[in-house]
Ligand binder design. Sequence first.
Ligand SMILES: Nc1ncnc2c1ncn2[C@@H]1O[C@H](COP(=O)(O)OP(=O)(O)O)[C@@H](O)[C@H]1O
Ligand SMILES: [Mg+2]
Length: 314
Amino acid sequence: MSVIAGMKKLFSKKRPAKSQSGDEHQLEQPKPEEGAAAEASSYIIQPEPSVVAEVSSDGQAAVEETAAAAVEEPPQKAAKKPKKELLPPYDGPVLEVRNVHRSFQTGSRIIHVLKGIDMEVKPQQLVMLKGRSGSGKTTLLNMLGGLDQPSSGEILFAGQPLQDWGDQRRTALRRKEIGFIFQAYALMPLLSAWENVELSLRMADVPRSEWKERVGHCLDLVGLTKRVKHRPFEMSGGEQQRVAIAKAIAHRPRLLLADEPTAELDSKMGAQVMTVFRNIIEVEQVTICMTTHDPTILEVADHVYEMADGRFLK
Ligand SMILES: Nc1ncnc2c1ncn2[C@@H]1O[C@H](COP(=O)(O)OP(=O)(O)O)[C@@H](O)[C@H]1O
Ligand SMILES: [Mg+2]
């Protein structure tokens, strides 16, 4: 079954023929054994979905990961293990990066992309990575989100060494504690704004009883209460990016990673996105690390790291 067909089936099956309650956003409660949330929760202890290896700059791989995890049957229902606590309490920075290098081998050539990165991101900061195309921003962001591993060096997420974690634990971390936003919005095209945000809660194993309030709150935070039934193609780029933000924060991640989130937007819509970022840092106590090469939005940052050829300029 294709990813899109799977998504359609997943949502259409559970939609009531006609809304009795007048609440058209609430999906009908499925029987517990067919609940996708139950399926998603089992992925905490299932192997990582096979689709994703690395995230391309347009975020397509992330869409595929989400969709594949939502529609694939789990291999075999194993007995449920109790879930381990992912992160012990920690008062320090959300991210501490120490002397990180990353090289890629292509054929017989080794390309040294990150050449000793040191950085720190404290709770509720808005930190920007600035630099020309090709300087290594996306490569670094992927590593901060546990999508890729350094060749050497350390990345501590809330004090925990990500580079020592296995794939399953990093997948669980991404689903629970990190939200991703990409240049090209990365929304599911057949789902409404409401359903796109709801999907993120489904994937993060949030109890269904909390969905309605949380989705409404997140779409309100990004100023889209009047657009909840619209699908991506019926919205402007700025609106789509704001849905993507609502989707990325819905499961209450502690870190939001955004790769060139304003690159496709005009300056007015870009400024709206930055206002939303500032607002969610306040209201949701989230921490944001984003890349950009737009000098006009750098003023909004608490700290800017300037990158050139795999290093930070002092
Ligand atoms: N998987 C990979 N294999 C080989 N080279 C890569 C890979 N990922 C990134 N690179 C190279 O690393 C450099 C930095 O890329 P990237 O992190 O995407 O930069 P930026 O986001 O700043 O534009 C580029 O030269 C790119 O070609
Ligand atoms: Mg990039």
